[in-house]
Design a protein around this ligand. Structure first.
Ligand code: NAD
Length: 415
């Protein structure tokens, strides 16, 4: 596939897939099955508002590949969660679960809605209606959702309850649940923790200082925890941003104070310990590391050249377009790709699922120890492959993932 400046999200993932499939001469028949989602469910999600109005939204559950295990991937509530985006995210999950070698495939779901104006009761009704609509295609050995943008442990709690009312007690149907409902200690922090683990491994490889300056885009689950953990490790978070603006403080933002501010105000804005700057400033600051942890395609053809960071750690899914990725490679910027950097979430989701299946609970220290060990190992495998073949980390990650999924597909005789 030819590299173009404008590529849709699913096309962009398949661009990387094709490149990886070329490296290992994956046969055409295997490619066709690995590129196409296995199934796509589109559902109507009616929502009775608190004032009695009825709104109707569209939701999806895309199941990309299950040759290595049940479909696995989050559910997001976002106005841009249209089918091409959800497809791209589902296929990224297939490659991500293969890289960290957990026995899952890839899936993703979403409702095209801006949930921010909804009351808690409206969110609950929306989630329960969506769960009923997709309940016949999910299950603890079939397809296991998890939180993503604008969904959280509470959302997963409602899904477990609604699904269990139809199918009987099924805590393993989702991961990222509240601990009181069978969730795992450490899951909430896991994606951000995984980002910092891979970042620190990359810093060693690049012979960069052990304590660096970081700009973080997004201060939700991934960005918020990544910033907190990086701060605890002695790194300096000089900027934090969301879609409304960037907070900048050259000497380093007091992250615990910002977390307290967000808990009270529900936004990073109005925080007195940093200077307010335009939203996009976060991407082009003179920092060692840039950690995009919000939406997709924020680094593109027009702004990639302005990136000053030496290392980008992709907390978000597909934050860099393929065109921008090529610019970054030319500039010598190292990118730890999404399918590796943010895989700590699905890794710990796997730990949660294992605990659910066994009806057993691990201590938080055990969860975190296992996470560190496996993320360091996954990073090393990708890094070694990149060095051996003389290719960037993203290309190596796709080569590894495609080889693993292609092998499973062929062994199952699906071709
Ligand atoms: P979240 O809803 O908890 O937080 C999202 C953050 O991004 C918020 O701070 C929001 O204000 C900010 N944001 C939204 N739109 C923005 C914009 N246009 N510009 C800048 N900031 C914006 O979501 P999350 O769970 O932290 O997910 C963030 C990203 O990480 C997504 O790409 C998601 O797919 C990816 N991801 C999440 C997980 C997980 O476990 N939650 C796992 C892997 C990958």
């Amino acid at each position: 596939m030819e590299l173009r400046e404008q590529m849709g999200p699913f096309e962009a993932v398949n661009y990387y897939f094709e490149k990886a499939a070329d490296v290992d001469a994956v046969p055409e028949s295997t490619r066709a099955i690995l590129q196409t989602p296995a199934s796509e469910l589109r559902v109507e999600v009616p929502l009775k508002r608190d004032n009695g109005d009825l709104d109707v939204y569209i939701g999806y559950r895309v199941q990309h590949d299950n040759s290595r295990g049940p479909y696995k991937g989050g559910i997001r509530y976002h106005p841009e969660a249209e089918v091409d985006e959800v497809r791209a995210l589902a296929s990224l999950m297939t490659w991500k679960t293969a890289i960290v070698d957990v026995p899952f495939g890839g899936g993703k779901g979403g409702i095209q809605i801006d949930p921010l104006p909804l009351s808690n009761a409206e969110k609950e009704r929306l989630t329960r209606t969506y769960t009923r609509a997709i309940s016949r295609v999910i299950g603890d050995h079939l397809d296991i959702p998890a939180p993503d943008m604008n969904t959280n442990a509470q959302t997963m709690g409602w899904i477990v309850d609604e699904y269990s009312q139809i199918h009987g007690y099924s805590p393993g149907v989702v991961t990222g649940k509240p601990v009181a409902l069978g969730g795992s200690y450490g899951r909430e922090q896991a994606t951000g923790r995984g980002c910092i683990i891979t970042m620190e491994e990359a810093l060693k490889d690049l012979s960069m200082p052990t304590e660096v300056s970081i700009a973080v885009q997004g201060f939700g689950n991934v960005g918020g925890w990544a910033a907190r953990l990086a701060h605890d490790h002695g790194h300096k978070i000089v900027a934090v941003a969301d879609h409304q603006g960037t907070l900048y403080h050259e000497a380093g933002i007091d992250i615990p104070a910002l977390v307290e501010h967000v808990a009270k105000e529900r936004t990073i804005h109005g925080f007195s310990g940093a200077e307010a700057r335009p939203a996009d400033d976060v991407l082009s600051l003179p920092v060692d590391v840039l950690l995009p942890a919000a939406i997709g395609e924020v680094i593109h053809a027009e702004n990639a050249d302005a990136v000053q960071a030496k290392l980008i750690v992709e907390g978000a899914n597909h934050p860099v377009t393929p065109w921008a990725d090529a610019i970054l490679v030319d500039k010598g910027v190292t990118v730890v790709p999404d399918i590796l950097a943010n895989a700590g979430g699905v890794m710990t989701s796997y730990f949660e699922w294992v605990q659910n299946i066994q009806q057993f609970r691990w201590e938080e220290a055990e969860v975190n120890e296992r996470l560190v060990k496996r993320m360091v190992a996954a990073y090393a495998t990708v890094r070694d492959l990149a060095r051996d073949r003389g290719i960037p980390l993203r290309e190596a990650a796709f080569v590894l993932a495609v080889a693993r999924v292609a092998e499973a597909t062929e062994l199952r005789g699906l071709i």
